[in-house]
Design a protein around this ligand. Structure first.
Ligand code: PGA
Length: 263
């Protein structure tokens, strides 16, 4: 795995946004796998800025979001469809018909999940999947104990995830305990994976993911089986990595290699 350690969360967002912008412009990234949460927000702001500056068009790009709360309508402020519409889709030229988020209001969630998988296949698969990481090592809503071969399905959230996300809900508001999420197998099918981790709250999970054993106890560790993962972390999230200095050295060598042979 490529591990890119940046001095700040701002530098993480710059790096990831530039990677996405270049990939979309070069038409390598035609189908994006997107994530919600606080970490990708500054990335989406940069994509909106690039669109406003006429540096990019998303008119021919399809998107699939990782997950959605079961029971929340698209109009709910905490639904992930609302989040995506508000922070990215409505501010750019994405064709809404090409943006997919699991249907939180489905009356047949099991079939909706199968349809979601089918739609991903129908569009040729995901070119690049953006991921955050939960403090418990989850990716999407694949909580510890998730099958490493899982596909899109209904999952029960852990107490910790519910607590971590409670800050977004009003005290008297119903907070869902179930979600529809792409599975780990679904995520591993993406051609490229970009995982972002910022802040000291993620340091333990990042260490488990990169330097621990592959285990459903840390769902993100399944990414060790993927051939094209780029982990982009700020110094705080990278603080517990035993091999931190080596990752910095490898990245420096990588940049020199690219400059020498490919520019
Ligand atoms: P965050 O969430 O970006 O809000 O920290 C990440 C996650 O839980 O996957």
């Amino acid at each position: 795995m490529r591990v890119v350690i940046k001095p700040s969360a701002v530098a993480v967002a710059d790096f990831v946004a530039n990677t996405l912008i270049n990939g979309v412009r070069e038409q390598v990234f035609k189908t994006l796998g997107l994530a919600t949460g606080s970490t990708p927000l500054p990335v989406y702001q940069r994509l909106v800025d690039a669109y406003r500056e006429n540096r990019i068009s998303f008119a021919d790009v399809s998107t699939f979001n990782l997950d959605e709360y079961l029971g929340l309508p698209a109009s709910h402020l905490q639904s992930y469809r609302y989040f995506m519409d508000q922070h990215l889709f409505s501010q750019t030229d994405f064709n809404r018909d090409n943006t997919f988020v699991p249907d939180g209001m489905s009356t047949d969630p099991i079939h909706s999940c199968e349809d979601y998988e089918q739609e991903i296949r129908r569009r040729g698969g995901i070119d690049v999947q953006l991921l955050g990481i939960g403090r418990n090592g989850h990716i999407g809503f694949n909580e510890p104990g998730s099958s490493l071969a899982s596909r899109t399905r209904v999952k029960t959230l852990t107490e910790q995830t519910i607590r971590d996300n409670a800050r977004f809900f009003k005290p008297d508001e119903m907070q869902p305990h179930l979600a529809l999420t792409m599975g780990i197998g679904t995520i591993l099918d993406a051609k490229h994976i970009l995982l972002l981790a910022c802040g000291d709250g993620k340091a333990g999970a990042l260490k488990q993911m990169l330097e621990g054993p592959v285990s459903s106890h840390c769902p993100a560790s399944a990414l060790q089986f993927h051939s094209d993962v780029c982990v982009v972390a700020d110094e705080a999230a990278a603080a517990k990595l035993e091999q931190r200095d080596f990752y910095l050295h490898v990245e420096k060598e990588h940049q020199q290699f690219i400059a020498r042979y490919y520019t």
